[in-house]
Design a protein around this ligand. Sequence first.
Ligand SMILES: *Cc1c(COP(=O)(O)O)cnc(C)c1O
Length: 377
Amino acid sequence: MNERILLSLAHMGGSEREWVEEAFRTNWIVPLGPNVDEFEHRLENYLGAPNVVALSAGTAAIHLGLVMLGVKAGDEVICQSFTFSASANPICYQGAKPIFVDSEKKTWNMDADVLEEAIIARKKVTGKYPKAIIPVYLYGMPAEIDKIISVTDRYNIPVLEDAAEALGSEYRGKMCGTYGRYGALSFNGNKIITTSGGGALICPDEESAKRVKFYATQARENRPYYYHEHIGYNYRMSNVSAGIGCGQMDVIKDHVARRRQIHDLYRKQLADIPFLTVHDNPTVDFDSNFWLTTILLSDESTVTADELRLALEAENIESRLLWRPMHMQPIYADAPYYGGNVAEDLFNRGLCLPSGSSLTDSQIGRVCEVIRKSLMK
Ligand SMILES: *Cc1c(COP(=O)(O)O)cnc(C)c1O
């Protein structure tokens, strides 16, 4: 049997161990500590954004973003339907109601026209505007964020970007996650960089970053005894995890470059296969990190996405169907949905290919061969 090729593996650069050992040597085995500060500085430098708070997960970052935007029970929040459940679940943690909108075909991300339609429709239904908007950068692809923000500005609704998959992606030369009022990042095991589990929230100013840290450490008021005026959370990143993050920041540029190179290899090697397209940057404004390279099969293909997945699996290659949209999930069966069938159609025809930055050219070649054999038989 050929060696297993996985979708996206943690990829250590080498220096991570030293940072973690330093945490042990100094006994900083707690949330907070010098590695957390250093990791935040490194992220800030990389992103060109000054107020980044390291947290225990990307999901925690989205949740605290909503807390900071004052989302409460009775509010509505509009979220891209075509995404992972962690984009939307924090809306429910706040007792608020998720409203889902469809994607557009170029980026697979939030359709700004449908967004505006949904904003207007919700105002008619509830008498008030949604409290926040959550666009997502799926598989690293930048959304049409300028268009989205020009809509949300018209109604004065803040944007919380779910950039969990998009660390290193740029739209018009500016990092994804730095466009909205808040931006959420994830360092889960299979993302662009990992801290074994972690996330960060990109904040608009120092004051709000301080407030995020306050909420992330149980919302303790500044008194000699424990005193609470707000509900807090235990969401801060640990000093050990942040050590891994510091080491990962040494290699992030190389890892993003390698993901883009892998996308390029797929694009070239799959170019002549009929009924298959590799999802690509629509124009020069978009510069995806290509966290995962994704393909679409056209209606003419006699092989379905799931059949292709099984053919790859038979050759010991892991691939994955696209995210099943939230409006098609049992947990959100009752949530209002605006738009057509773009996300649903993509879900039916798409597949994520192995894209980890540690994959070799010959492994990518093996994946392409199996795809070729399956689709051209
Ligand atoms: C990974 C991911 C998250 C959640 O991040 P965690 O660090 O796993 O909590 C949120 N949204 C999207 C789109 C993701 O891919």
